[in-house]
Design a binder for this molecule. Sequence first.
Ligand SMILES: [Zn+2]
Length: 289
Amino acid sequence: MMKALVLGFWMMGAAGAATPVADDPLTRPIAVERAKEWLKPAPPEKVFGDTYLVGFGGLSVALIDTGEGLVLVDGALPQAAPMILANVRALGFDPKDIKFILSTEPHWDHAGGLAALARDTGATVVASARAADALRSGEMAEDDPQHAYGGSFPAVARLRVVKDGEVLTLGRAVITAHATPGHTAGSMSWSWQACEGTTCKAIVFASSLNPVSADGYRYSSAAGASVVAGFEKSHAVMDALPCDALISAHPDNAGSGRYNAAPGACGAYADRSRGLLAKRLAEEKAGVK
Ligand SMILES: [Zn+2]
């Protein structure tokens, strides 16, 4: 707790001298063990056409230039927001042109920065109904396999709710929402086309499909059955999506790079989750978990 406060009040200046900055509750660091690994700095990078990566070595954040405004996908941790906006600026864009921020899941590693990003850009956060409930409260849903971990993140005030299959259009971008439940009930993946001249590629930004949980949760319980069914639906969604380039919420779940443009990347992503879920259910059956 003390560490988080100190980090919030002080920033290292360019010359290495500590200079006091105002405490900002929306970017106050969530000091978790893996934050350093997740927020490993990475330069902004073009994926294809008007699609860019503006996130980190261990957490993905995407930017789409629609020609009539920008769209961001995910917000990483609260303390990541200024770095994300710096990456947007480094590509020559104005963060004030960000109109929408699409959310893959209401957990603090992907949604913690949404409130600050929305405040600083004026953008509206877009999420599923179930995710929107959690984003408004800044807390995990009761039926979230990780609910027992507790904790909170800055709540998001301005939200637009979209349904499975709904299409969001801005400028030349046509973005489709795909419900991919399991990891959270409200998880959404997003797909769109990125074009260079007459060549277009199908881009998928996939929500986490990791079947993890807090201690004591059982996927093989009565309550877990609908979560397992959600994962199975999500695997089928990933198998069926046109997928020339897969950006996954945690890049290391999709391969070794920041995104995976190999044929079958989305199917492989589903297979990885299938394998982890089968292993987990076997462990529960054997009484190991
Ligand atoms: Zn998560």
